[in-house]
Design a binder for this molecule. Structure first.
Ligand SMILES: CC(C)(COP(=O)(O)OP(=O)(O)OC[C@H]1O[C@@H](n2cnc3c(N)ncnc32)[C@H](O)[C@@H]1OP(=O)(O)O)[C@@H](O)C(=O)NCCC(=O)NCCS
Length: 199
């Protein structure tokens, strides 16, 4: 659990910034998905479908505490709009995996001027984990970054998130820095957003 500073009633989540070079070694081929699962490439009409999958992927997870927007649908829509609106948004690194037509895993990618691609909010719905979907999404996003000329992939992960850290290490990510994300417990209470001016 996060360390708490009693005097200020703030919580701190320890996070690792990880990086993987995209040029130094060949990327693994994108794995084929198990029966019933299918890739869906980005299209703007899918924004809410990604948000719906995302809220299920992060339900009960530590990152839904670190980033309260991940814990409810409107927050995920807001996040998706922010990501889609970024100059560096990479449709090629933004994927949904469906299971018999329903979104069960999602990732987004954003590039920047330093030629880095940031993996955003990679997640798999709990009952679909352990089947290689997380690895498939990650590899697909790395190919998407490289196909658009980016030289490295970066991400941040909460230190308690052993499954995600192991996944990232397995595919060549290494920790570069430790960061602390400060949480104000009052601001951490999710507020369903009806209009953009609320905050
Ligand atoms: C992290 C997450 C995406 C992994 O998805 P997944 O589909 O279960 O992962 P995969 O089946 O592709 O597993 C790939 C590798 O990840 C690691 N891994 C996955 N689940 C793990 C677990 N429960 N414990 C330890 N390592 C795990 C392993 O290295 C695994 O390879 P291996 O089985 O050969 O050892 C998934 O647990 C998840 O969505 N978590 C909640 C959302 C989240 O926290 N996302 C990360 C944000 S930074």
């Amino acid at each position: 659990m996060p360390r708490t500073d009693i005097q200020h009633e703030l919580s701190y989540f320890k996070r690792f910034r990880m990086e993987r070079d995209l040029l130094a070694s060949a990327l693994p081929a994108v794995p084929s998905l198990p029966d019933g699962y299918a890739w869906v490439a980005w299209d703007d009409s899918l924004l809410e479908t990604h948000a719906r999958a995302k809220v299920r992927c992060f339900e009960g997870e530590v990152d839904a505490l670190v980033f309260p927007n991940l814990s409810y649908f409107e927050g995920c829509v807001r996040l998706m709009r922010q990501i889609r609106g970024r100059n560096g948004f990479r449709p090629q690194a933004t994927w949904l995996i469906t299971y018999h037509g329903e979104g069960v895993a999602t990732v987004q990618g954003v590039g920047d001027r330093t030629m880095s691609g940031a993996i955003q909010n990679l997640g798999v719905v709990a009952e679909h984990r352990g089947r290689g979907l997380g690895a498939a999404l990650l590899i697909q996003a790395l190919h998407g970054f490289r196909s658009t000329g980016l030289q490295r992939a970066v991400l941040e992960v909460t230190s308690q998130n052993d499954a995600a850290i192991r996944l990232y290490r397995k595919f060549g990510f290494r920790s570069l820095k430790t960061l602390y994300k400060v949480m104000d417990p009052v601001q951490a209470i999710p507020v369903p957003v009806e209009a953009d001016w609320v905050l």
